[in-house]
Design a protein around this ligand. Structure first.
Ligand code: FE
Length: 200
C-alpha cells in the first residue's frame, strides 16, 4: 500500500488568473508528486508501509520527515484554495471576531506572516488552546505536529509563485488572500475540531 498523490480538488486552470495552470501543473504534478514518490520509496518494505500519513509524519525525522510532511502540507494547501467564493461558517466567523477583531484584521495578520516569513515555508491559520492563531513554519515543518488544529495554509516556497510572480511574494499572497481562500475548508476544520487527514 502506498500513499497516493492526492488529486487536485479543481481543474488546473480553475484558479486563474490568481494562480496559473502552468504553476499548478508543475507544483502538483512535479513538486508534490516528487515528495510522494520519495516518501513511498522510503517506506517500502519498512514498518511504515501501510501506516496513515499522519502517523508516519509524527515519528519521522530527516528526509522521511521532509517528504512525508511535504506530502501532507501540499494536500492541505490544495484544499485551502478554492475557485468558488466561500465564507466562514457562523462559528468560525464568531471566533475570528473574538480573536482578531475582524476578518480584515485576520487577513492582514496572515499576509504579514506569509510575506515576512524568511525563505521557504508555510503560513498557517490554526486553533491552539481554543484560540485562533497565525503562525509560520520553516521548510517542511508542519502545523500538524505542533499540537494545533490547522485551518488554512499558504505555501510560501518560491515554487508556489515564481512562474506567475517571479520574486514578488507579496503579489502572490495578496492574490490568494483576496480571491481564492477556501473558507469552507477552514470552517469544516474548525467545526470538526480535529486535524484534517490526508486521503488514503
Ligand atoms: Fe509547494
Amino acid at each position: 500500500m502506498t500513499i497516493p498523490l492526492m488529486p487536485l480538488p479543481y481543474a488546473h486552470d480553475a484558479l486563474e488568473p490568481h494562480i496559473s495552470r502552468k504553476t499548478l501543473e508543475i507544483h502538483h504534478g512535479a513538486h508534490h508528486k516528487t515528495y510522494v514518490d520519495r516518501l513511498n520509496a522510503a517506506i517500502e518494505g519498512t514498518e511504515n508501509a501501510g501506516k496513515p500519513l499522519e502517523e508516519i509524519i509524527k515519528s519521522a525525522s530527516g528526509p522521511l520527515f521532509n517528504n512525508s510532511a511535504q506530502t501532507w502540507n501540499h494536500g492541505f494547501y490544495w484544499h485551502s484554495l478554492s475557485p468558488e467564493k466561500t465564507a466562514p461558517s457562523e462559528s468560525l466567523a464568531t471566533a475570528i471576531k473574538n480573536d482578531f477583531g475582524s476578518i480584515d484584521a485576520l487577513l492582514e495578520a496572515l499576509s504579514n506572516e506569509a510575506v515576512n516569513h524568511f525563505s521557504n515555508g508555510w503560513a498557517w491559520l490554526v486553533v491552539e488552546s481554543g484560540k485562533l492563531k497565525v503562525i509560520s513554519t520553516h521548510d517542511a515543518a508542519t502545523a500538524l505536529t505542533g499540537g494545533a488544529n490547522p485551518l488554512l495554509t499558504i505555501d510560501v516556497w518560491e515554487h508556489a509563485y515564481y512562474i506567475d510572480q517571479q520574486n514578488k511574494r507579496p503579489a502572490y499572497v495578496k492574490a490568494v488572500l483576496e480571491n481564492i481562500v477556501n473558507w469552507k475548508f477552514a470552517s469544516d476544520n474548525f467545526d470538526r475540531g480535529t486535524p484534517w487527514t490526508y486521503p488514503a
